[in-house]
Design a protein around this ligand. Structure first.
Ligand SMILES: C[S@@+](CC[C@H](N)C(=O)[O-])C[C@H]1O[C@@H](n2cnc3c(N)ncnc32)[C@H](O)[C@@H]1O
Length: 367
């Protein structure tokens, strides 16, 4: 059977669900906006009347990056009054781009920067970031947050888990090799797009120096709970064993060394003129767990009800894809049951449940 490509099925939950439920991803970008402003400061764009182009790659519905993008473009506008600004949002074809345009053009409750910045042109592309998205030499600032961990396809089946962070041996090696190949290609595509002096700001999910990753920071490991509930449904005959087996996240969480290797050692990326300007890792506390600790929910059940959608907003397509071939109504019923089981577990004992964000922040420059 031909391997399923990630772009054939991947999309965050639509109709604005993603950004409503995923406030933590917004915090990641809001907190790191200064890294981008500093990059603009180090090498200020000239006020030369040419088009200034920024991309947001893997933007989902655009709601989580909206304040960061507004701050950055506001800075560009004041530095370069003569330059038209082209803001290009990019994600995969199944993304709800209608939700994105409604958010950016101020048709929802989300406050948008779009009307406040003059000479601004917003468009979207449904081209994968594993390919070239904009013409060569036209990009001033390429941005991507919490997206580059999506690889083009699953390179091997993880038999007893859903995520590569728990894979071992040859299977782990296959994921890491695919992650390295896709990452180098991602950087080469950006090197082609960038103007000389242009910058990349990439805020990536990864594995930090202390071995932490998303939802694995000392408490309950989120991907283990995904796996436990999905496996239980297979053992109880609610889903087929083969459906459990083929449910693997098309993701690779890279270490800092894996992120920086193509930028710091001789090879195609350096030959293409891309250099590393800044790297750091950060852990951001899960906003739902934090609110629960502060007593902001009436009950553990209320916490669980608020918490599970932030996991569901991005993970649902993977579990739904594992059930491919079933009628849509059956898929949505089984997926509801799966998240319902996870919610019941958290409601019964919320201790240690938190989707803390672990990122590797990179600023690169085309020289
Ligand atoms: C977790 S969301 C992050 C959204 C937003 N950047 C944020 O930080 O909140 C990951 C996004 O990457 C997108 N994505 C995955 N693979 C992609 C690819 N090859 N090209 C473009 N977008 C991709 C997904 O569709 C999804 O919208």
């Amino acid at each position: 059977m031909a391997k399923q490509q990630t772009e054939d099925f991947m999309a965050m939950k639509g109709a604005g669900y993603y950004s409503r439920a995923t406030i933590g991803a917004k915090h990641v970008m809001d907190n790191a906006a200064q890294l981008i402003l500093d990059a603009l400061d180090r090498q200020p764009p000239a006020d030369d009347g040419s088009v200034f182009q920024m991309t947001d790659m893997g933007c989902a519905d655009g709601g989580t990056s909206i304040d960061m993008v507004g701050r950055v473009l506001g800075d560009v506008r004041s530095r370069c009054p003569s330059r038209p600004i082209q803001m290009t949002y990019t994600d995969l074809p199944k993304t709800d781009f209608s939700a994105l345009f409604q958010i950016i053009h101020g048709l929802t409750e989300t406050q948008s920067y779009a009307a406040e910045i003059g000479d601004l042109y917003v468009s979207a592309s449904a081209t994968s970031f594993h390919r070239q998205i904009v013409p060569a030499g036209t990009l001033d600032l390429g941005h991507s947050a919490t997206a580059s961990h999506y690889i083009t396809e699953i390179p091997a089946v993880i038999e007893d888990h859903v995520h590569m962070t728990r894979a071992t041996g040859d299977v782990r090696a296959a994921f890491e090799a695919k992650g390295a190949e896709d990452w180098e290609n991602f950087l080469l595509m950006r090197a082609r797009e960038l103007k000389s002096g242009g910058a990349l700001a990439l805020f990536n999910f990864g594995i930090d120096e202390e071995g932490r990753w998303l939802g694995h920071t000392g408490g309950v490991t989120m991907f283990d709970r995904f796996n436990a509930h999905w496996k239980a449904m297979a053992e109880e005959g609610r889903i087929a064993v083969e459906e459990y087996r083929r449910t693997n996240f098309p993701q690779v969480y890279r270490t800092v060394e894996q992120f920086t290797a193509p930028l710091t050692s001789p090879g195609a990326v350096q030959d293409a003129g891309l250099q590393l300007e800044h790297v750091e890792t950060r852990v951001l506390r899960c906003p739902f767990a934090e609110a629960h600790e502060k007593g902001e929910y009436d009950s553990d059940a209320a916490f669980a009800k608020a918490y599970i959608p932030t996991l569901r907003s991005w993970s649902e397509p993977v579990f739904a894809a594992g059930l491919a071939g079933r009628p849509a109504a059956e898929i949505s019923q089984l997926v509801d049951e799966f998240y319902g089981r996870y919610e019941a577990e958290v409601a019964a004992d919320p201790t240690g449940h938190a989707m803390d964000y672990v990122h590797c922040y990179l600023i690169c420059r085309k020289v």
